[in-house]
Design a protein around this ligand. Structure first.
Ligand code: BES
Ligand code: ZN
Length: 454
């Protein structure tokens, strides 16, 4: 399976060498305007492979749009669905139509690229299966919605202004967080230090860099150890890298204010308030800023691999990628593909129970569009609350215009996601503990606040 990074932002012929070699290493096929051959064909000595057929998997809504415009786009007509799984469709195309498809999807659905390309029908079918695959663990979720007081005590403290400030710093002081750009490495260190500062006075909480084997930009992991179930882990994450056309050219900026300084800033606000309030979970909670998402979920895949190989049990994963742009009538959109249906139901109930002023709907990417898919594809339960219904989200991502200005210089939308993430953190990591009876008297309930709480 290959993610297409074409859209209007990429031209194979204009790609700088580091980007091209990184793309090669990650197995990506890149297509750009006019490019009709594989990326590998651009390598010196590589044989030119002529191939006119390709399969893509794409959201059903975007597919319907392509069908409607087939007369304008396609060399081979008509365009037909060869397989379908839920809201995702597989179809066969002529590879020379890729650029036009990419342009139509970008213009009509603001997705870039909005579909995955596959070398064979079998690969496309496998991708369809992955999009709705039940999770390995199966069975009931190991937690319930039963902590209204704890949720409420954090909820009122989360500040949109704090989130906006962090977005501003990341998008201006580190305005090219491309995974191979020095500023992308500095950004990771800055996030590590920001989170370490929030953990001041909490010696059991760690904020560390996670080094990757194939590139320099590290991921960042803050860990709050669980008091009674430390081997069960809840992950809240988002990517810390950014990308833009010509991203490794220092003159071409990738501020990534919404994609995804907003997600990192939203997570940071949850950390700030939770630690300041002395929150101590029963399960271990990890906040992760993933490196190298924009070049194929590379950071999250390596981290999810590590957890798969280890002995700890990751029971829930929440992804925040783009929280700043208020493009729909509903407050939040729950992404339904490459996520776990039971955990999505839990997340919807959690909002309905604790955050009754917030509205939500569901939508889908049609491909593994962010780090939640890395976890999902390895059998972990993941959810992805997103800023808007697809097609209504921020159209400035992956460009120099993804700045706080596009977010109306406001953290008002993002703070809704901090509230949801905070409630999710509490309800997945703290359970009601049966009261302990000593000599017939109840000895008091278990608190989720640390002894060092102010
Ligand atoms: N934030 C985007 C994903 C996204 C974009 C979700 C638009 C919803 C609407 C993410 O950073 C991204 O760009 N993902 C890539 C795919 C990835 C596998 C490289 C994409 O969508 O092209
Ligand atoms: Zn992106």
């Amino acid at each position: 399976m290959h993610c297409l990074l074409s859209c209007r932002h990429f031209s194979l012929r204009r790609l700088p060498a580091p980007f091209l070699s990184a793309a090669m290493m990650s197995g990506l096929i890149l297509w750009g305007p006019g490019a009709e051959a594989r990326a590998s064909d651009a390598l010196p000595g590589a044989a030119l492979v002529e191939e006119s057929s390709l399969w893509i998997t794409i959201g059903a809504d975007a597919f319907a749009r392509l069908q409607a415009e087939h007369g304008l786009i396609f060399r081979n007509q008509p365009l037909q669905a060869v397989a379908r799984q839920g809201e995702v469709v597989a179809t066969r195309i002529d590879s020379r139509d890729l650029e036009r498809i990419s342009r139509v999807i970008h213009q009509s659905h603001h997705r870039c690229p909005g579909f995955l390309a596959h070398d064979s029908l079998e690969e496309a079918q496998e991708a369809l299966l992955q999009s709705a695959r039940p999770q390995l663990g199966g069975g009931a979720l190991p937690f319930e919605i039963d902590q209204p007081a704890l949720v409420a005590s954090l909820d009122g403290l989360l500040q949109g202004d704090e989130i906006l400030e962090t977005i501003e710093t990341l998008s201006t002081d580190f305005n090219n967080r491309y995974y191979q750009h020095p500023s992308g490495q500095n950004a990771a260190q800055w996030i590590r230090d920001l989170w370490a500062g929030y953990a001041f006075g909490r010696p059991e909480v760690t904020s560390e860099l996670f080094s990757h084997s194939g590139w320099a930009q590290p991921s960042v992991i803050l860990t709050i150890p669980g008091s009674t179930k430390p081997d069960e882990v809840v992950v809240l994450g988002g990517h810390l890298d950014s990308i833009s056309s010509g991203s490794s050219n220092p003159d071409f900026l990738a501020p990534g204010a919404d994609d995804n300084a907003s997600g990192i800033a939203t997570l940071s606000e949850v950390i700030r308030i939770a630690l300041a309030q002395g929150f101590t979970p029963q399960r271990t909670v990890k906040f992760i800023g993933y490196a190298a998402e924009e070049v194929g979920l590379r950071g999250s895949q390596e981290i999810a691999d590590t957890f798969q190989a280890g002995s700890d049990d990751v029971v829930a994963v929440l992804q925040l990628d783009m929280t700043g742009f208020n493009g729909s009538t509903n407050d939040l959109t729950l992404i339904s593909d490459f996520t776990d249906s039971a955990l999505n139901t839990f997340l919807g109930s959690l909002i309905d129970t604790h955050l009754t002023d917030l509205t939500w709907n569901t939508s889908f990417c049609g491909y593994g569009c962010s780090d939640h898919a890395a976890w999902h594809n390895r059998g972990f339960r993941a959810v992805f609350p997103f800023e808007a219904t697809f097609g209504q989200h921020n159209g400035s991502i992956h460009s120099t215009s993804d700045t706080v200005g596009t977010l109306s210089n406001s953290g008002e939308h993002a703070v809704k996601f901090a509230r949801v993430a905070s409630a999710f953190m509490v309800e997945t990591s703290v359970d009601v503990v049966p009261p302990i009876f000593v000599d017939g008297f109840e000895s008091g309930d278990t608190s989720a606040w640390s002894s060092t709480a102010p």
